[in-house]
Write a protein that binds this ligand. Structure first.
Ligand code: SF4
Ligand code: SF4
Length: 282
C-alpha cells in the first residue's frame, strides 16, 4: 500500500483539482482530505457519510456560578482576557491553560474537554473517503490530520487497498507536517508565479527534511512560460522531477462549478495531462 500526498505550499494552486482527478484515476484506493481547516474535496466527491465521530481536543475553563464568589482573581490571572466581567468564559478566547482553575480559592472553575470538530468515514462513487471538519476557531488541526490519516491507513489495510491518496493542507505548518509524515511520495502543485515558486520551495524543504520523495506539477503553466522555465530549472537543480504541466483550461472551472472532477467532466487537454501525471506518479 502506497501513500501519496498532494500539497502546494500555498492555497489556490489547483491542488484539489489534481487530487480530485486522482480519485477517479487511481484504482483500489481510499481518499483522505487533510485540509481540515478548509476542506473542499467533498464538493467534488459528494460523500455519503457512513460513520460520524467527534474530535475531542484541548480543554476549556467553565465557571460554576453557584460556587463563584466573584472575587475576580481568575480575571486578573488570565493572560488571554478570556474571563468576562460577569465571570463567564469567552469560549473562543480560552486557551485551556487551566491556570484559573488552580488559582480560584473556591474551586469554582473546572476544565472540560473541548469538542473541536468531527471526522467521517464516507462512501463516494469512487470509493471510501475519510474527511473531517474542524470547528470554527479551533486549534490542533495537526492532531486531527494525524487522526484521519491513521483511520484511512487502517481502512486501507483492512480492505486490502493499494493507495491512500491524501489531499494535503496548504502552507508548511503543523497540519502539513502531519500530512507528510510517513508518505511514500509528495506531489507539489504550484503555479507559475514568484510566490508559487517561493512556497513550493518552502514545502519542498519540509518534505526533504523528512526524507520524502518529491515530484512537482506546474498548473496553468502557459500563463507565465518564463516563470515556468524558472521553476523547471529550480527543480532540475534539486533533482526534483516535474511530472506534469497543466495548461490553463476554462473547462476545469466549468467542471468545478458542476461539482465534478475534470477527468470525469470532459475530454480536454487538462484531463489528458491529469492522466499523464497519474501514470507518471504511479
Ligand atoms: S476566582 Fe473563582 S470565585 Fe473568584 S471570580 Fe473567579 S471563579 Fe469566581
Ligand atoms: S484556562 Fe487559561 S485561558 Fe482559559 S480562562 Fe482560564 S486562565 Fe484564561
Amino acid at each position: 500500500m502506497k501513500q501519496i500526498v498532494v500539497i502546494s505550499g500555498k492555497g489556490g494552486t489547483g491542488k484539489t483539482v489534481v487530487s480530485g482527478s486522482f480519485t477517479v484515476l487511481a484504482k483500489n484506493k481510499i481518499m483522505v482530505d487533510c485540509d481540515v481547516d478548509a476542506a473542499d474535496l467533498h464538493l467534488l466527491l459528494h460523500p455519503k457519510i457512513k460513520e460520524r465521530h467527534e474530535f475531542i481536543s484541548g480543554q476549556t475553563a467553565v465557571i460554576d456560578k453557584k460556587l463563584c464568589k466573584k472575587c475576580g482573581k481568575c480575571v486578573s490571572v488570565c493572560r488571554f482576557g478570556a474571563i468576562k466581567d460577569d465571570f463567564t468564559i469567552e469560549h473562543f478566547s480560552c486557551e485551556g491553560c487551566a491556570l484559573c482553575s488552580y488559582i480560584c480559592p473556591h474551586g469554582a472553575i473546572r476544565m472540560e474537554e473541548n469538542l473541536a470538530g468531527e471526522w467521517f468515514i464516507s462512501d463516494t462513487r469512487y470509493g471510501p473517503f475519510v474527511h473531517a471538519k474542524l470547528g470554527i476557531a479551533e486549534e490542533n488541526s495537526g492532531k486531527l490530520v494525524a487522526k484521519i490519516r491513521q483511520i484511512a491507513k487502517e481502512e486501507a489495510q483492512k480492505q486490502g487497498l493499494d493507495y491512500v491518496i491524501i489531499d494535503g493542507p496548504p502552507g508548511i505548518g503543523c497540519p502539513v507536517i502531519a500530512s507528510l509524515s510517513g508518505v511514500d511520495c509528495a506531489l507539489i502543485v504550484t503555479e507559475p508565479t514568484l510566490s508559487g515558486l517561493h512556497d513550493a520551495e518552502r514545502v519542498m524543504e519540509v518534505a526533504r527534511h523528512f526524507h520524502i520523495p518529491v515530484k512537482l506539477v506546474v498548473n496553468k503553466y502557459d500563463l507565465n512560460p518564463v516563470m515556468t522555465e524558472k521553476i523547471e530549472a529550480f527543480c532540475r537543480d534539486r533533482d526534483v522531477s516535474v511530472i506534469g504541466k497543466i495548461a490553463f483550461d476554462k473547462t476545469v472551472v466549468e467542471a468545478l462549478v458542476e461539482g465534478k472532477t475534470i477527468v470525469e467532466y470532459a475530454a480536454c487537454p487538462a484531463a489528458d495531462e491529469m492522466k499523464n501525471i497519474w501514470e507518471g506518479l504511479r
